[in-house]
Design a protein around this ligand. Structure first.
Ligand code: NAD
Ligand code: UGA
Length: 458
């Protein structure tokens, strides 16, 4: 087959898998290969049971897999034949040494660069898809230039803005695609190659181009702004609880101002996910590195506010339930960090469950997708926690329900039936404000939402 381009993605995770599946689906003229060092993950991508849960993903993969989309562990072969290599490996927060707790751990990225260097026999375009600190491309360039084969590698930045749970729609209809390239003729030629990929389905005016550093920084900044909005509204939720204002009404009122806009103003038990905290802490590290302590402190507060909100939520559970939850069965509805994903990285539910365990409560976790991940996250306390996919099972004999994830499924349950099987008084703590609180109160529940007055007979 005469492929127009041979595209490789190194890293078959939450970003690499869906992103490449959509490219392959939209561009049958390209060969798209996704490789990973994790053989189990690759085997899952090649099976009927994909390694991640993402609405719409299965259909996209089924259309393209085996046609022009391939998942493989043969990284050498993938590198050797590719013209364009996307690097989508994980870039977690460093847990050791200089910058621990803030800086990005770039070891996986560097290994990938060295692997590309070792195997390549001809020029390649290397695209940073992972989220990276500003000027990482410079380090990549230095590593890749250190070859005596006379091969030129052109490094581009093309950060990913998809959100989990809506990844396929985000990839098929992105607000924008951002590509950073150097201003040299080689950089501009490589830029055009990557633009050509997206132009197969993304309107040209949504494909933005910048220099490499702006692209890298825009990704960190976008996540920082989004997380900042959640922390802002969560700070307001605390003021609402103290004053009798209603956070949903306040969010609606301010969101009507077109300069503010209505999105990302949902008060919650706190934000989670693999990236918000990591990317903000990375930004904090960069600010400190460039001797900008005030800017560092400003952004760090977004994360601190979030930590406070999570613990504040569990503290409210404790005080509302007469300051004693030891020995009480508590159903935790949702463990994923948001709805429509099985991902639990940095999930606020983990903080809540650990806080409940500190108080010697007996948590029972129910989630339609994330039970295996929850068991992993709580491996050290498995004997103290129960897990079930059936919410009705989880509430039997429970004193309280704690909503941590906004699954649609939880809105559609029979709360009268649930109430009947619980201990009384039966409490609901709605960490996502998704239920009809008035109706729950009429059934008999004691209801505590986030950022507004609860319903109580006590
Ligand atoms: P992930 O952990 O799900 O996937 C990364 C994959 O890279 C893993 O499967 C790992 O085995 C593989 N890998 C690591 N080193 C490798 C190597 N040397 N060779 C081959 N494979 C290797 O991570 P993710 O959630 O897909 O995130 C990847 C990057 O994208 C991160 O920088 C993240 O910040 C960014 N990002 C993530 C999201 C998201 O929603 N998860 C969205 C936008 C951007
Ligand atoms: C986020 C960004 O939205 C993506 O653009 C980005 O690509 C991605 O991070 C990344 O870099 O990894 P994601 O973390 O998948 O995507 O999900 P979000 O929808 O942003 O939600 C993050 C967290 O904030 C969730 O826990 C969610 O429940 C919470 N949230 C979100 C709120 O509590 N309130 C809101 O109003 C919005």
């Amino acid at each position: 087959m005469n492929w127009e381009k041979k595209i490789l993605c190194i890293g078959a995770g939450y970003v690499g898998g869906p992103t490449m599946s959509v490219i392959a689906d939209r561009c049958p003229q390209y060969k798209v290969t996704v490789v990973d060092i994790n053989a189990d993950r690759i085997a899952a991508w090649n099976s009927a049971q994909l390694p991640i849960y993402e609405p719409g993903l299965e259909q996209v993969v089924e259309r393209a897999r085996g046609r022009n989309l391939f998942f493989s562990t043969d990284i050498d072969a993938g590198i050797a034949e590719a013209n364009i290599i996307f690097v989508s490996v994980n870039t977690p927060t460093k847990t050791f040494g200089h910058g621990a707790g803030y800086a990005s751990d770039l070891q996986y990225l560097e290994k990938t660069a060295r692997h590309i260097l070792a195997v390549s026999e001809e020029p390649k375009i290397v695209v940073e898809k992972s989220t990276l600190p500003v000027r990482t491309a410079e380090a990549m360039q230095r590593i890749l230039d250190s070859n005596d084969k006379g091969i030129h590698f052109e490094i581009l930045s093309n950060p990913e803005f998809l959100a989990e749970g809506t990844a396929i729609n985000d990839l098929e209809n992105p607000d924008r695609v951002l590509i950073g390239a150097s201003e040299t003729p080689e950089g501009q030629a490589a830029l055009q190659e990557v633009i050509d990929i997206y132009a197969n389905w993304v309107p040209r005016d949504r494909i933005l181009t910048t220099n490499v550093w702006s692209s890298e920084l825009s990704k960190l900044t976008a996540n920082a702004f989004l997380a900042q909005r959640v922390s802002s509204i969560n700070a307001v939720s605390a003021i609402c609880e103290a004053t009798g204002a209603n956070v949903d009404e306040v969010a609606f009122a301010i969101g009507q101002d077109s300069r503010i806009g209505p999105k990302f103003l949902k008060a919650s038990v706190g934000f989670g996910g693999s990236c918000f905290k990591k990317d903000i802490l990375n930004l904090v590290y960069l600010c400190r590195h460039f001797n900008l302590p005030e800017a560092a402190e400003y952004w760090e507060w977004v994360v601190r506010m979030n930590e406070w909100q999570k613990h504040r939520f569990t503290k409210r559970i404790l005080t509302t339930m007469f300051n004693s939850i030891a020995g009480k069965r508590i159903a935790v509805f949702g463990f994923a960090f948001k709805a429509d994903t099985g991902d639990t990285r940095e999930t606020p539910a983990l903080t809540v469950v650990r806080d409940l365990l500190d108080e010697h409560a007996l948590p029972v976790i129910t989630d339609p997708q994330a039970i295996p991940e929850a068991k992993n996250d709580l491996a050290d306390v498995l004997d103290l926690v129960e897990f079930t996919e059936d919410p009705y099972e989880s509430v039997k004999g429970a004193h309280a329900i704690v909503i941590c994830t906004e699954w649609q499924h939880f809105k559609e349950l029979d709360y009268q039936k649930i109430y009947d099987s619980m201990e009384k008084p039966a409490f609901i703590f709605d960490g996502r404000n998704i239920l009809d609180h008035q109706k729950l109160y009429e059934i008999g529940f004691e209801v505590t939402p986030v950022g507004k007055a609860g319903y109580s007979r006590l």
